[in-house]
Design a protein around this ligand. Structure first.
Ligand SMILES: [Zn+2]
Length: 358
């Protein structure tokens, strides 16, 4: 259990309308913090600004069910080996549930499934995405990728730099995804030990993201669908360039808002918290404020790359250009779907404006 001594890292505190009952304490790599008698919390390293991902370990007869697995990078494998030889010794992995296909969640699912003969449980779209991306290996990016970058207003230099990174980088940090899976879908109930977890699907960050709700005990395993401090990436991407992921995301926020405010939320990044409604309201307002600011900025025609200052309040360097572009495009596309922006294509570049010009 987290250290609960006064003033310690485990001291409960509140910040921006959320309460963190376990304080700032978190499990060191290779250790497990008990959230409840049958729910363990582990943390694995993730390079870059995310820094970590939280893993949930649910006890059941004969072993443990894992929720999410970490990137397939040496420090994550080492952390798993320490967990399996330490706090999880004698508790075989019976099932693996991945909330969604992103590499920090599914990265070691195949590796763990293979070791234990455990089945992978996921929503169908998320499993298909992971399988598709690991199979899509080619020497250089497809022409559609170049068109996508050009449409967003990238410079020739930025396009060349991105192309030089190659294609199929998903597999570099994801162990082979199992060729079969157990499908879970919205509304399903999954019995694990003494608990029933209801699958609550959200969309916008990924296509069919599964949260797990233990309504009887007031616990929500939220994945990336609700994070306490950072906003989840909501990007328009190459696979569905005419989709409306921000519309999906706002609808998912509204749907999650119907769950009880009292839930103890276990997020994939950051510390467990209460204050679900306050957090959802902040996320919703943040996106709507940015849409309004962007709408005003489109008094003159703009490309996605012109909108970074308005959306992020800072310059975007090469390392975050892809993510920033996806986010900018998802906001521009939402304005277009709402009828608040009109897109004009000139020489392959998308220009968005709040009014059609003669
Ligand atoms: Zn994610």
């Amino acid at each position: 259990m987290a250290d609960a001594s006064p003033g310690g890292a485990g001291e409960p505190y509140s910040h921006k309308g959320l309460t963190y009952p376990l304080g700032r304490a978190f499990p060191a790599p290779g250790t497990l913090t008990q959230i409840a008698e049958d729910i363990g919390w582990a943390r694995l390293p993730v390079p870059g600004s995310l820094k970590h991902i939280n893993i949930w370990v649910l006890e059941e007869e004969g072993g443990v069910v894992l929720v999410d697995t970490g990137l397939d990078i040496p420090p994550s494998r080492e952390a798993w080996e320490a967990l399996l030889a330490g706090p999880l010794a004698g508790k075989p992995v019976t099932r693996i549930i991945c909330t969604h296909f992103h590499p920090d969640h599914i990265g070691l699912a195949g590796w763990l499934a293979e070791q234990f003969g455990a089945a992978l449980w996921m929503t169908r779209t998320e499993w298909l995405f992971a399988r598709m991306l690991t199979a899509d290996i080619r020497d250089e990016p497809p022409a559609a990728a170049f068109r996508f970058w050009q449409a967003a207003g990238w410079s020739d230099e930025a396009i060349a730099a991105e192309a030089a990174k190659g294609w199929g980088r998903f597999s570099a940090v994801v162990s082979p995804v199992p060729v079969g899976f157990v499908r879970i879908r919205d509304g399903d109930s999954i019995r694990i030990g003494a608990r029933d977890w209801r699958v609550v699907v959200g969309s916008g960050h990924s296509p069919e993201h599964a949260c797990l709700l233990d309504a009887a005990n007031g616990i929500l395993i939220a994945g990336d669908q609700v994070l306490p401090r950072i906003t989840s990436n909501v990007s328009l991407g190459l696979s569905e360039p005419e989709a409306d992921p921000l519309g999906d995301w706002l609808a998912s926020i509204a749907r999650l808002r119907t769950l009880p405010d009292s839930l103890f939320v276990l997020p994939s990044h950051g510390e467990p918290f209460t204050g679900l409604h306050a957090r959802l309201d902040t996320l919703d307002r943040g996106h709507r404020d940015r849409l309004d600011a962007l709408h005003a900025f489109l008094a003159a025609p703009r490309r996605a790359v012109d909108c970074f200052g308005i959306l992020f309040g800072r310059a975007i360097d090469e390392s975050s250009l892809g993510l920033a572009t996806g986010e900018a495009m998802s906001h521009l596309r939402r304005l277009e779907v709402e009828g608040r922006a009109v897109r004009t294509v000139r020489s392959g570049v998308y220009w968005f404006a709040s009014h059609q010009r003669a």
